[in-house]
Design a protein around this ligand. Structure first.
Ligand code: ZN
Length: 251
């Protein structure tokens, strides 16, 4: 109890004394919104799913397999709402206490919560991109067509196959969010990692870059990370519970 409150107070003190705080989020921030963590041992969906379904080669070979899975998973994503941790980050940005959020998530929940400066390293499942003409369309509209029986859904402009605008295995990270994330990490004086094991390359490079440029680091994650030893605070509590505690003491 007091440990949680002490850490929340220390978290806030570090934020208030920083001038370039940046937040990095992974799947763990969205599990309390009901979005499954694809990589979690035991519960990870990718253990049940053939990974080629979400690889570029596999998608190009047969996009219908991906959309067959989507019919099952889309309703979960569609009904997911941001939780208190997403809301806390939007509020911290609103108060100019953080410069922005770098995320590995593709669920769009940071934006739903009201965060404006969001850099999506792995793209977004909210959009579909045409494999032929690269036009972006809303995934909601594409999924309506899949639900109505059009699999794969096709581009309104040219009739090409629509692919989710999230990074599949075998694809490079989108350049713009990556460059901006690098810039934010280089100039950070406080790097807050939330809900990520910080193991997956190249996203694990960002806390490393921040630390080498003199930043402090805070880690909120339910399992150990390679950066725990260097962190000012390590929080193993539920992220929502800790966020509530921080929100309750915001000045
Ligand atoms: Zn097209």
């Amino acid at each position: 109890m007091s440990d949680l409150n002490d850490k929340a107070k220390l978290f806030l003190d570090l934020l208030l004394s920083s001038s370039n705080a940046v937040v990095f989020t992974g799947a763990g921030i969205s599990t309390e919104s009901g979005i499954p963590d694809y990589r979690s041992p035991g519960t990870g969906l990718w253990e049940k799913m053939d990974q080629s379904v979400v690889s570029l080669d596999g998608f190009v070979e047969d996009p219908t397999r991906y959309y067959d899975y989507s019919l099952e998973l889309y309703p979960i994503r569609k009904s997911a709402k941001p939780n208190i941790a997403h809301h806390m980050l939007a509020e911290l940005e609103n108060r100019d206490l953080i410069k922005g959020v770098i995320t590995q998530n593709v669920d769009g929940l940071h934006q739903d919560a009201g965060s404006g400066e969001v850099h999506e390293l792995h793209g977004s499942l909210r959009q579909a991109v045409c494999m032929d003409c690269s036009v972006l369309q809303l995934m909601d509209e594409a999924m309506e067509r899949v639900i109505a029986g059009q699999n794969p859904p096709l581009c309104n402009e040219c009739g090409g196959v629509l692919k989710p605008n999230a990074v599949f295995f075998g694809e490079a990270l989108p350049q713009v969010p990556w460059e901006r994330s690098l810039g934010l990490s280089r100039s950070a004086d406080l790097f807050i990692a939330i809900g990520s094991s910080l193991l997956v390359s190249p996203a694990n490079a960002l806390p490393d870059i921040a630390i080498r440029n003199g930043s402090k680091i805070i880690v909120l994650n339910d399992t150990p990370t390679p950066f725990d030893g260097e962190a000012e605070i390590v929080v193993r509590e539920k992220i929502g519970k800790f966020s509530s505690s921080v929100m309750s003491i915001l000045p």
